[in-house]
Ligand binder design. Structure first.
Ligand code: GLY
Length: 367
């Protein structure tokens, strides 16, 4: 299956196919004019997938120069960016060459940012190996590293030249990471596709149990939705791409409280945040309480923990608000919140006073 991201001169295809990882040579050949590709990955992904990937490239006559990094969020830093960029220059990567990012969101974000600044911009290819990267971060060109002041605060919009998604790689993904990625899948239903949310309710158990057909369907629907959003609002200058932040502002506060550690994965924060966004929408009389309850019930069925107390993250509301104020979307002393009029009817609310959010959070953290 091929999903196009129609961005004029920056347009690119997303290929989704089981077994693609080991057969990527013919698709990557045109992006390797010198017959060599530089590839960035981490040690975990390298052990699982690099031999099959490079064998497929070798079969197409392509050589690979590997840059293998430590896994984890801490890799998305200035020092690693410098290391990767200098190494790419040593390897003689030219503007016309593509750099391959083989991994999850950390590898994709870091490699994409390195590609955006290398010789003022070279091509790159996303080969995402987590569900979260497959349905969200590999598509749309947001690239970044973390700064001392916060996550993803230094980066660039730089679209990939190609995205290759092999759903088979999810078979080796730990359940916790699969579930965290699934939060971003559900998000597309909650934002604008009530029928897809109903599909999620019916198919999440199979998807999380490893059902390949359910996983492929979720990836396809999610990538189509993301491609449409990115085509309509590439740089989030309007309200369309901002909808993809559903659950992220609340989630960010709890992720920050957890120190952006394994105590709360990004997708787990998004799941909690989406439940809270629907609760706040219901509290404001915007959304039927039954819809908010349905969202919460589905996320609980999937195994997400939606209680800050149970997560050990029931910080005072003032602390959570402080975390929210570090958000890069702060503007004029307030934040846009993605709220909903119902399942599949999200919208950007710019009129929510932070004091009201604080009062709401006091109730949330009090249980
Ligand atoms: N992950 C949100 C976006 O790509 O805009």
């Amino acid at each position: 299956m091929i999903i196009d991201v129609p961005l004029g001169p920056r347009a690119y295809p997303i290929h989704v196919a089981p077994g693609l990882l080991a057969n990527a040579g013919p698709l990557l050949g045109p992006l390797a004019p010198r017959g060599r590709l530089a590839l960035v990955t981490d040690t975990i992904v390298a052990a699982l997938h690099l031999p099959a990937f490079t064998a497929g490239l070798a079969a197409a006559g392509l050589a690979v120069d590997e840059i293998i990094l430590p896994p984890g969020e801490a890799t998305k830093n200035w020092a690693t960016l410098e290391h990767v960029t200098e190494r790419l220059l040593q390897l003689g990567v030219e503007r016309g060459d593509a750099v391959v990012a083989l991994g999850g969101g950390v590898i994709g974000d870091l490699t994409g940012f390195a590609a955006s600044i290398l010789r003022r911009g070279c091509k790159f290819v996303q080969v995402p190996t987590t569900l979260l990267a497959q349905v969200d971060s590999s598509v749309g060109g947001k690239t970044a590293i973390n700064a001392a002041a916060g996550k993803n605060l230094v980066g660039a919009f730089h679209q990939p030249a190609l995205v290759l998604i092999d759903p088979d790689v999810l078979q080796t993904l730990p359940l916790r990471d699969l579930r965290a990625g699934y939060a971003e899948v559900v998000k597309y239903g909650l934002i604008g596709d009530a029928a897809f949310f109903a599909w999620c309710e019916a198919n999440a158990a199979a998807l999380l149990a490893g059902d390949a057909a359910a996983q492929a369907q979720a990836i396809a629907v999610s990538c189509r939705a993301k491609a449409a959003v990115v085509a309509a609002d590439e740089r989030e200058t309007g309200d369309i791409r901002a909808l993809l932040n559903l659950g992220h502002t609340f989630g960010h506060a709890f992720e920050a409280e957890a120190g952006f550690s394994d105590r709360l994965l990004h997708g787990e924060g998004v799941a909690l945040g989406m439940a809270l966004a629907f609760d706040l929408s219901a509290t404001r009389g915007l959304c039927p309480a039954a819809d908010a309850a349905r969202v919460r019930a589905h996320l609980l069925d999937c195994g997400f923990t939606l209680s800050p107390q149970a997560l050990g993250l029931a910080a005072p509301a003032a602390t959570l608000l402080h975390h929210m104020r570090q958000d890069k979307k702060m503007s004029g002393g307030t934040l846009p919140f993605i709220l909903a009029r119902g399942i599949g009817q999200a919208f950007v609310a710019r009129d929510v006073p932070l004091a009201e959010v604080g009062a709401f959070l006091e109730g949330v953290v009090a249980g």
